[in-house]
Design a binder for this molecule. Structure first.
Ligand SMILES: [Zn+2]
Length: 53
């Protein structure tokens, strides 16, 4: 399981997958949509993401 560190804030950009303004920015630089779990840089779904909430 990846360690993203702390939650920083929401991105001001819409999710590339679902178009919602719910992209979380993490301490390690990951940007992952809260709704559909898509990583905005790798364009892959982060299925382990919910473990951190
Ligand atoms: Zn999304």
């Amino acid at each position: 399981m990846k360690d993203r560190g702390k939650w920083i804030s929401y991105s001001d950009k819409e999710c590339i997958s679902c178009g919602r303004l719910r992209v979380d920015i993490w301490e390690n630089g990951d940007k992952v949509c809260e709704k559909c779990n898509m990583n905005q840089e790798t364009k892959e779904y982060e299925n382990d993401y919910r473990e951190f909430i």
